[in-house]
Design a protein. Structure first.
Lengths: 96, 145, 126
């Protein structure tokens, strides 16, 4: 008599779940923030240029909001950068 | 194809309204001023003028997904009264005809005043609407301040 | 996204909608005395209802850039104002325009506050 193995149900990832960044991965968070800042700055510059050229598909609030978002993203990336540098300095100053 | 409409379109729409209403006011004023004109430019009595308005699709919204919903107004034509003139018996009048009748325009001053008032009211409403758009744009400029 | 801009994005979509609606309502004012003219309006379905398209009299459908809902224009027929078939009621349109302006201004204010908050958080409390 052959015994067939128990078929376990396939375990698939939970729909929509994203891999959470480990809290200590500052470097990863920083590079992610930097690329987002770069992207948002591009969007903001593009919006401002199109607006300046009279492109009617870009309105005042779109330009303003794009500019603020870019501003915030750059600030955030800068903060992370400063934290990373601070952490590095502390590490280097640790008396062994 | 752009799928939003911006304040420029709103201005275009409001401006068309102001222009049309001004034309109505001018025509009403002209009718009032000429209510008693028995000899106009063509020799006959002044013919009452009427402004015919029609809605149009705003050019600035053309090509957007709102093309059919953004409506300006335009003066389709300024028509002249085709009805026969009002006759008054006044043989001593220089413009009296062989039977002693003088032809006057078919103008009722009260009607013209009403037209002028409604046009004026619509003009005011257009100004208010345009100011609202300007106000909204200014609010947007203040984002982040 | 490291920074959560979703609230700002929703508010931006709302502002876009209200600006578009103003333009349509302005057309009603411009055509206050146009014979046969029936007033138009815009409505927006929220994302939750977005899957079911609203059926309108003229069936015209438009989508907003930020795509947070379907924007449809509809004929908001009021009472006939005279023998010429015009149905625009001045007071009604003006009050709609004012209410619409308020919503635009409110959304704008909320964006500003959110921006200030995010700026503060992004700067780590500075």
């Amino acid at each position: 008599m052959s015994i067939s193995p128990i078929q376990l149900p396939q375990i698939t990832g939970v729909e929509g779940a994203t891999k959470t960044e480990p809290k200590t991965d500052l470097g990863g968070a920083f590079s992610k923030a930097l690329s987002e800042a770069r992207e948002l700055e591009g969007t903001a510059t593009d919006a401002a240029e199109r607006f300046a050229n009279g492109d009617k598909s870009i309105g005042i609030h779109e330009v303003m909001i794009a500019s603020e978002k870019a501003n915030i993203a750059v600030r955030y990336a800068t903060t992370l950068k400063n934290k990373a540098i601070e952490a590095y300095r502390e590490l280097m100053n640790t008396q062994v | 194809m752009s799928n939003t409409i911006d304040f420029f379109s709103a201005m275009e729409v409001s401006a068309s309204g102001l222009s049309a209403q001004r034309t109505r006011m001018n025509v009403a004023a002209s009718n009032l001023a000429n209510a008693q004109t028995t000899r106009g430019a063509d020799g006959g009595p002044y013919k009452r003028r009427d402004v015919v308005l029609s809605a149009a699709n705003a050019p600035s919204a053309e090509g957007t997904t709102f093309a059919g919903s953004v409506k300006t107004v335009e003066v389709q034509q300024i028509s002249q009264d085709t009805a026969p003139p009002r006759l008054e018996y006044d043989p001593g009048h220089p413009d009296a005809n062989a039977q002693g009748y003088v032809a006057y325009p078919n103008i009722n001053p009260v009607e013209e005043m009403v037209d002028m008032i409604t046009a004026s009211r619509a003009y005011e409403a257009g100004i208010t609407t345009m100011s609202t758009a300007v106000n909204m744009a200014e609010r947007a400029l203040g984002i982040g301040k | 996204m490291s920074v959560k801009f979703s609230t700002i994005d929703s508010l931006q979509a709302a502002m876009t909608f209200h600006r578009e609606r103003h333009t349509v309502l302005a057309g009603n004012i411009a055509n206050l005395d146009t014979p046969g003219f029936k007033p138009l309006d815009l409505q927006r379905t929220t994302p939750a209802e977005g899957t079911q398209l609203a059926v309108t009299e003229d069936g015209h459908i438009a989508t907003t850039a930020a795509s947070s809902g379907v924007v449809t224009s509809f004929s908001d027929g009021g009472q006939l104002q005279g023998a010429d078939g015009n149905a625009v009621e001045l007071e009604r349109e003006l009050s709609k325009i004012d209410a619409n302006r308020t919503r635009y201004a409110t959304a704008s204010e909320l964006v500003s506050r959110r921006v200030a908050l995010l700026r503060y958080a992004a700067g780590d409390g500075t």
